[in-house]
Design a protein around this ligand. Structure first.
Ligand code: ADP
Ligand code: ZN
Length: 215
């Protein structure tokens, strides 16, 4: 199964990706997560990307496409099936992805477009915390950890993303409308778009995805 998760920041792409990965064994390729790992490792790519990410802007298409192409071409990802989270995010990236996939003789089964109203997105993003080790996601009000600032799963410290600040959140939402939303029409025209209301709790959203994709 090869899937793309599309949707605004805060809609729950990361949460659904984690569920799909652990239950279906799909490999998740999350562009945001890969960038954060590059930043953590202080690579050249990470240092370059950080300037954009902290402001809530998109990392330029060229480097992003190169980074994702490298990972898509690894045979492990192709064997287990994959789930793209956060990529593509622009029409240029979607066209590049089409080329990469055709070179590899692969095709996407479904593009899952998650959506909720903007007020919910802002509320979800502004209380969000993540585990530094296992990637589990918490929320100050909706899903607080049992012990303050510690992960329930693995005891590691929690952190707040540098781009989950009010100004960067506003910018990310604006960029979503401008650059990423056109992808919904792009994939609708290709006939493999699945639109999912992501206002429900994560389990319900997951069940809906599984039912509709036949995964
Ligand atoms: P969210 O969907 O919550 O905004 P992500 O973790 O997917 O979070 O992305 C965080 C940031 O990483 C983005 O705001 C952007 O700066 C950068 N980024 C991630 N994916 C891409 C992409 N495909 N193209 C350009 N920049 C990206
Ligand atoms: Zn953890």
């Amino acid at each position: 199964m090869k899937l793309i998760l599309l949707g605004p920041p805060g809609v729950g792409k990361g949460t659904q990706a984690a569920l799909l990965e652990s239950r279906l064994g799909l490999r998740t390729l999350s562009s945001g997560l890969i960038f954060r790992q590059e930043i953590e490792a202080e690579t050249d790519l990470g240092q370059m990307a950080k300037r954009y990410i902290d402001q809530g802007r998109l990392v330029p298409n060229g480097v992003t496409i190169q980074m994702m192409a490298k990972r898509l071409k690894s045979s492990e990802v192709r064997k287990s099936g994959f789930l793209l989270d956060g990529f593509p995010r622009t029409i240029e990236q979607a066209q590049a992805l089409d080329e990469i996939l055709s070179e590899l003789d692969l095709s996407i089964d479904k593009v899952i477009s998650l959506n909720v109203v903007e007020d919910i997105l802002v509320a979800r993003l502004s209380g969000r915390m993540g585990c530094t080790k296992c990637g589990a996601i918490y929320h100050r009000d909706a899903k607080p950890p049992k012990r303050e600032w510690l992960c329930d799963n693995c005891n590691s410290p929690l952190f707040v993303r540098s781009d989950d600040q009010f100004e960067a959140i506003r910018e990310r939402l604006a960029i979503f409308h401008e650059s990423t939303q056109p992808l919904i029409e792009y994939y609708r025209a290709k006939g493999n778009l699945l639109e999912v209301d992501a206002a429900a709790d994560p389990e319900e959203v997951y069940e809906h995805i599984i039912k509709e994709t036949g995964a």
